[in-house]
Write a protein that binds this ligand. Structure first.
Ligand code: NAP
Ligand code: G4F
Length: 341
């Protein structure tokens, strides 16, 4: 029988790539979709026709229990979150509820549906759980590169909420013997990345300028450095983590870091444009507390899971610029169905 996976965050970037990867591996894939008339659900229905949807919300414990009961999954991937860091200052409580408490609700749904309690721990054949932890938890980094043993110092309400979810996942593993793991993923991008994140904002900005649809691109902190990889590579790592003999946490990244300035240079040069003519530094886009530098040490994943990234930073940037030039030249709207290649 096909293994069954339930993915929260199915309408997001990672949800789409993970669903495609699991379908290619012979899985029956279910996605948790929220809302009465969520416009992003139709995009999923169009792109991922073989994915089945179940209604539910990370804010609603009962809906998660019903979803787990209905799907009877072998594996649950909890990718749902408020994931845009600046929004976490504007709506800190909502971020805590969805990105933090949502992890508790999902773990509880699995625990209750599996009949696990303090006197009855998980046995073989249990549901395996993946939590989407984040390099934002390292925040003001204590060492570089960052590994599974680097202490956390989150710098945003988002990072704090992720740290809660991370420790809770570890705690359910230790308290109940659940197969529950966290992937500490560094920034990963693609042509399906939300337009609010800097890589996509830049690739869309370059495409608009190239096509004469805009005259400038306004950005915040150009000196921040990130370890940027390709989302299609990172979802393979999520799957590998749930196939390992024992549940453990892993750092996933490329081990290379670039500044926003370098990203901008690469993206404009991919379209034969001189970035200095178009980019405007906008103080209002700076954050109340910044994460200056992130760089992964992915050695454990390489050695224990055999995971390696396949797309370089330069290839990723060129892929995103090319995709957005194509999208906008054909009249596509990045916020609509057509935006997912
Ligand atoms: P994304 O594109 O922003 O997707 C977020 C998903 O969460 C969307 O499908 C959204 O669904 C869903 N969601 C939001 N509120 C929800 C709620 N109340 N109940 C259920 N679902 C809800 O994020 P992503 O880039 O794919 O990232 C996936 C996960 O990995 C997130 O948890 C993110 O924090 C984490 N992460 C991402 C990165 C990265 O670089 N991409 C790195 C480390 C960790 P709607 O359509 O209903 O809004
Ligand atoms: O693309 P960003 O918004 O991503 P950020 O904050 O690193 O978070 C992403 O990666 C995390 C993993 O480390 C995930 F957990 C999280 O969910 C999300 O996917 O910003 C990257 C950097 C920041 O330093 C920001 O200050 O780019 C800088 N930046 C400069 N100008 C900008 C802009 N970021 C955005 N979004 N927009 C700008 O105009």
């Amino acid at each position: 029988m096909a293994r069954r996976a339930l993915i929260t965050g199915i309408t997001g970037q990672d949800g789409s790539y993970l669903a495609e990867w699991l379908l290619s591996q012979g899985y029956e894939v279910w996605g948790l979709a929220r809302g009465q008339a969520n416009p992003r659900v139709s995009r999923v229905r169009k792109l991922l026709q073989d994915v089945q949807l179940v209604r539910g919300d990370l804010l609603d414990q009962g809906s998660l229990i019903s979803a787990v009961e209905k799907v009877q999954p072998d594996e649950v991937y909890n990718l749902g979150a408020i994931s845009f860091v600046p929004m976490s200052w504007e709506q800190a409580e909502l971020t805590a509820e969805v990105t933090g408490m949502g992890v508790l609700r999902m773990l509880e749904a699995i625990r209750v549906c599996s009949g696990i309690s303090s006197s009855r721990t998980a046995g073989s054949g249990q549901i395996r759980f993946y939590q989407a932890s984040s390099s934002e938890m390292f925040g003001q980094v204590r060492e570089t590169p960052q590994s599974e043993t680097t202490p956390f110092h989150p710098r945003s309400p988002y990072g704090v909420a992720k740290a809660y979810g991370h420790f809770l996942t570890q705690n359910y593993r230790e308290s109940y013997g659940m197969y529950a793991v966290s992937g500490i993923l560094f920034n990963h991008e693609s042509p399906r990345r939300g337009a609010e994140f800097v890589t996509r904002k830049v690739s869309l900005g370059v495409a608009r300028i190239k096509l004469g649809l805009a005259a400038e691109l306004r950005l915040g902190n150009m000196e921040a450095r990130r370890d940027w990889g390709y989302a299609g590579d990172y979802v393979r790592a999520m799957h590998l983590m749930l196939q390992a003999g024992a549940p453990e946490d892993y750092v996933i990244g490329t081990g290379r870091t670039h500044s926003v300035r370098e990203l901008v240079e690469a993206a404009f040069s991919a379209a034969d444009l001189d970035w200095e003519r178009y980019v405007v530094c906008d103080q209002s886009l700076h954050r109340p507390a910044e994460v200056d530098l992130l760089c992964a040490d992915p050695k454990k994943a390489r050695v224990q899971l055999g995971w390696e990234p396949t797309v370089s930073f330069e290839e990723l940037v060129a892929m995103m610029v090319e995709s957005d030039v194509k999208l906008l030249s054909s009249g596509g709207d990045p916020d609509q169905d057509s935006s997912w290649p």
